[in-house]
Design a protein around this ligand. Structure first.
Ligand SMILES: Cc1cc2nc3c(=O)[nH]c(=O)nc-3n(C[C@H](O)[C@H](O)[C@H](O)COP(=O)(O)O)c2cc1C
Length: 167
């Protein structure tokens, strides 16, 4: 069956907070609405409950490496709602720190991916997924890093590159 896309409206801002392993502590009403869960049902679930099988593993590997390094991250994610619809987001995830500098939790805010970004990211992720199936995650990670290098202007950070792709 062909999956249907759910496009986020500009006003849809999906917010959640998680523990150090990605388990959901808080989700805003828009998160429940878009992901299709009854209010309260996402608490205690891992964020991978909305993971779409077509998301390349390399993207999450790099995401966690940056988060555990206490860096904030911008990334594009294809998610799956309970009713099997998929929805693309432009996500921002930020670690919040305790006074002693250790990570307390993570906060994510997501909005609609732009058409411009989707046209670039969808084929890139499809390629990464195929490479992962044939040559493994390491090979797909290399392709992703090469993509970032090719899109880097002067000393831009990875987050600036992702931001530029969205806008
Ligand atoms: C704050 C936060 C938000 C996250 N949001 C998503 C998300 O929207 N979609 C998603 O698939 N994974 C998200 N993740 C990553 C998941 O926890 C998980 O690593 C990912 O879905 C891959 O799952 P898997 O390793 O079980 O395949 C988020 C993690 C954190 C810390």
């Amino acid at each position: 069956m062909l999956e249907k896309e759910r496009k986020l409206a500009l006003v849809d801002i999906i917010v959640s907070q998680s523990d150090l392993k990605g388990f959901i502590i808080y989700a805003n009403p828009i998160f429940y609405k878009i992901a299709g869960y009854t209010y309260g049902k996402l608490i205690g679930e891992n964020h991978n409950i909305i993971r779409h099988p077509e998301m390349p593993k390399a993207v999450f590997k790099l995401l966690w490496e940056q988060l555990e390094n206490k860096q904030e991250v911008y990334c594009f994610i294809k998610n799956r709602a309970k009713n099997n619809r998929y929805y693309w987001v432009f996500a921002y995830i930020r670690p919040s720190l305790n006074k002693d500098g250790t990570i307390r939790n993570y906060i994510s805010t997501r909005r609609a991916i732009s058409n411009k970004a989707k046209a670039i990211i969808e084929p890139l992720y499809q390629n990464l997924l195929e490479v992962e199936k044939s040559n493994g995650v390491k090979a797909s990670e290399e392709i992703f890093k090469k993509f970032m290098r090719q899109n880097r202007y002067q000393n831009q950070s990875d987050n600036e590159i992702i931001h530029n792709i969205q806008y």
